[in-house]
Design a protein around this ligand. Structure first.
Ligand SMILES: C[S@@+](CC[C@H](N)C(=O)[O-])C[C@H]1O[C@@H](n2cnc3c(N)ncnc32)[C@H](O)[C@@H]1O
Length: 215
């Protein structure tokens, strides 16, 4: 089976968005910069990136324990259910949550690696970073080279915020930023607030439920 067809089968997003990742991977394969996805789950988007640009280094961040518990900036337990207003209000502030799994979208590291092996992705180019973004991203960002594709798919306000805060400054001019969870209010608010804070106005474009822009 072709890698991209296998990726369709394990993806948590639409074929259209997966194809977009693949097209962007081809577009930037001769540009400087690594590719990064925060929230890889079973690896569909990583497979799309690696298929489009087999020689690129790809950073793959995930807890491999699922989506963590939300903060009071989120209106749902993504993949589980909407929160009632009183439930949302009783949650901790963003960044103060106990980092433990909500039980949604749990894909183990072993399963992620097996998926890469099934389609023959060259694993030496995939830098897998297991752990909560809040713990891993700030640390890895210190040593990371520039980024040409930054794909954010962590569903929650704080999962999005921490990745923007540490990784967006590394995106090259003209690089592509993909926000998979634009339809989730927590993610969208994190984007709007972060870019307002740094005085940057993204020119968003949309494909089904995702947003993207070129820096
Ligand atoms: C919807 S899934 C990603 C789907 C995948 N990108 C795809 O297109 O098939 C969201 C992933 O983000 C991860 N995630 C969310 N917040 C995280 C955090 N703060 N730290 C680590 N992983 C996180 C979850 O473990 C989950 O695998």
């Amino acid at each position: 089976m072709k890698p991209i067809h296998y990726a369709y089968q394990i993806a948590y997003s639409s074929q259209e968005t997966l194809m977009f990742t693949y097209e962007m991977a081809i577009k930037y394969r001769n540009s400087p910069g690594v590719y990064v996805e925060c929230g890889v789950a079973a690896g569909a988007q990583v497979i799309a990136m690696a298929t489009g640009a087999p020689d690129k280094i790809i950073y793959a961040f995930d807890s491999f324990e699922g989506i963590p518990l939300p903060s009071n900036r989120d209106d749902q337990l993504p993949g589980i259910r909407k929160l009632k207003k009183w439930e949302q209000k009783s949650l901790p502030d963003a960044g103060k949550q106990v980092l433990q799994t909500s039980g949604a979208t749990v894909v183990s590291l072993a399963q992620f690696m097996e998926n890469l092996q099934i389609v023959g992705i060259q694993e030496s180019n995939i830098l897998i970073v297991p752990g909560w973004f809040e713990n891993t991203v700030p640390f890895y960002a210190e040593e990371m080279p520039e980024i040409s594709i930054l794909r954010l798919d962590g569903d929650l306000y704080n999962s999005t915020w921490v990745c923007l805060q540490y990784l967006f400054p590394l995106v090259i001019a003209g690089g592509c930023v993909i926000i998979d969870d634009w339809n989730l209010i927590g993610c969208q608010d994190a984007c709007k607030e972060y870019f307002t804070l740094i005085g940057y106005e993204p020119e968003y474009k949309f494909i089904s439920t995702i947003a993207y822009f070129f820096k």
